[in-house]
Design a protein around this ligand. Sequence first.
Ligand SMILES: [Zn+2]
Length: 257
Amino acid sequence: MLVRHIINIVSVIAGVLLISAVSFNKLPWWSLLVLVFLWLLVTAYGVANIRSGYFLKSLNSNPDAEGKKIAITFDDGPDQNTLEILKVLDKYDVKGTFFCIGKQVEKHPEILNRIIEAKHIIGNHTFSHDKLIDLYGTDRFTEEIKDADEIIEKISGKRPLLFRPPYGITNPKIARAVKKTGHAVIGWNKRSFDTTIPSEKVILRRVTKNLKSGDVILLHDTKSITVTVLEQLLLFLQRNNFTTVTIDELFSIQAYV
Ligand SMILES: [Zn+2]
């Protein structure tokens, strides 16, 4: 049972008790509002934080990983900038995992194949990555995942089994969609904020601070700042004897059908 189910049951019981207390004038009417507010707060936290596991189980890190293993993941490509990322990874002989957007794959099929030829792993990051995608119903969200799988398979011959929800947002509809498609949901535990933070130093500090075996780093191959950060990160990993693995290897799961 997920924490969400326990919280919902407790909230309903608390609600019933509060209603009877209010009707017997033991508590003020607004105590019910407090309960609703707390419930909304917890639910919003669950929606915004994939690591909370509030709506679905996701793989965010593997603390049992032996031998100082780190997985570096890149979201939102393929993009022209991905080629620069690939050069850095190649220079240090490191393999990464790329969560690709279907419509970007359509735009840059040759870059998708370059990623695969270089022995990196591809995952699904929906077809459109629409700003309002988290408001989509279960069927429409399921189509988003399937459409991305199809375009990736059409171009590369590989059908992904790894899925990362856009913005790391989860909700009951996304949970149902993923249950239907059967993908493993991949989160992270080291978020770089490389799409919003303008300082390479700050981004690097965010991803290297308290870094430990089994951690999953989130970067974006669409950002030029990430190319510089990546090189510094790989030097840091080298200096500290970390090895870099792909997501399927870190969690001992299959990347493709
Ligand atoms: Zn994304």
